[in-house]
Design a protein around this ligand. Structure first.
Ligand SMILES: Nc1ncnc2c1ncn2[C@@H]1O[C@H](COP(=O)(O)OP(=O)(O)O)[C@@H](O)[C@H]1O
Ligand SMILES: [Mg+2]
Length: 343
């Protein structure tokens, strides 16, 4: 058995490679950007590639490559079921509705006329989101019909930049308020400069337009619940909202005590992961009174202490295991087990 790993520093591949070295797993390093990547994998049973929205090149072809490799008989992490909806809140809306998962009610329109007509039938506030983005940068509260109208005009006019630069800068101020250190000050300066100088990702991304997406606003949530399911393990982080803000993701204020997590959410997370047939899936839950609702899903997330600090995980029977959490090791352990079944 031999697996291929797409190496990219500071991505999950760092740990996948370490795992292979520690466990004598045969692997070769590849680049998915090579035009002959399909034949480069002739001698491999599987490919692991941590691609995400910050890699504009990957988003051009990752889904297409992965599906093609599956046709060739090469197993992939993330496979099609796990990754096709990554960073795509529109895709997730259809997917979660199809399997009756408890998604926060979501509304999408592909014409200005329909979107404007809907305004007269609904209530405010609503939450406006672009289909992509992380850390809450492309998520905002729309308090009035008038504000929604302006957004609709923009969505079907010049569109939105791939990343809301002002929201990003505002976030840097929040980080400064939270940390008051040198790094935070640097963050403010770079955020301010980035208002005028686009990042490489922004330069190569097209504008978001031709659709508009809203979710019902679920009030009174001081935190969201991030649960990650990888195989028979579920671990979680409670993320508190920024001060005076409804958004938790990206706030950096968090708690891990297993008592903070409702078994209702953990059960839903396992059930939905199974229906999706996902190798790895992270959920953002919020509470609609006492009913947990899913805000979005994602196959990958930050690497490092954010999840490594989880004190353990639950299994499908909801038993708690006080064990070291290393999400990237969980991924490769399961992947190798799956490969063993087919070769
Ligand atoms: N419909 C909603 N009602 C209330 N709060 C929400 C809603 N959607 C998102 N949030 C809050 O905003 C945060 C960011 O939203 P999310 O859709 O997860 O975007 P991102 O992809 O940037 O993480 C969530 O962590 C949650 O705290
Ligand atoms: Mg989120």
């Amino acid at each position: 058995m031999k697996i291929a790993i797409h190496k990219h520093e500071e991505s999950f591949s760092d740990r996948w490679i370490k795992y292979c070295d520690e466990n004598n797993i045969s692997y070769k390093l590849v680049s998915c950007y090579h035009t002959d990547i399909i034949s480069e994998l002739n001698d491999c049973n599987g490919l692991m590639w941590h691609w995400n929205q910050n890699d504009y090149k990957a988003t051009l072809f990752a889904r297409q490559l992965i599906l093609s490799l599956e046709k060739k008989g090469v197993k992939v992490f993330p496979d099609v079921n796990t990754g096709w909806h990554h960073d795509d809140k529109l895709g997730q809306k259809y997917l979660l509705e199809s399997i009756d998962a408890p998604l926060v009610p979501a509304h999408v329109f592909y014409s200005k006329k329909e979107a404007l007509a809907w305004l007269h039938t609904t209530t405010f506030p609503k939450v406006f989101k672009l289909r992509g983005g992380a850390g809450s940068v492309n998520v905002s509260l729309v308090k009035t019909k008038r504000d929604a109208k302006a957004l609709i005009k923009k969505a079907f006019g010049k569109g939105f930049s791939h990343i809301n630069r002002f929201s990003r800068l505002k976030d840097r101020f929040w980080v400064f308020k939270r940390d008051r250190d040198k790094k935070a000050v640097k963050g403010i300066f770079s955020g301010a400069a980035r208002i005028f100088i686009p990042t490489e990702v922004e330069k190569f991304s097209h504008r978001e337009k031709g659709y508009i997406y809203f979710q019902d606003f679920i009030p009174k949530n001081e935190y969201d619940t991030r649960l990650v399911v990888i195989g028979n393990r579920c671990f979680g982080v409670r993320r508190y909202c920024r001060d005076g803000d409804f958004r938790a993701s990206g706030s950096g204020v968090k708690a891990y005590d297993p008592k903070l997590f409702s078994s209702q959410c953990i059960k839903i997370a396992f059930e939905v992961a199974e229906k999706l047939n996902a190798q790895s899936v992270a959920f953002d839950f919020i509470w609609d009174h006492d009913v947990p609702k899913i805000v979005e899903i994602s196959y990958c997330f930050v690497m490092g202490s954010f999840y490594d600090d989880c004190p353990g995980y639950w299994d499908k029977e909801l038993n708690w295991h006080e064990k070291k959490v290393n999400p990237q090791y969980f991924m490769i352990e399961d992947f190798i087990e799956d490969l063993k079944k087919v070769i």
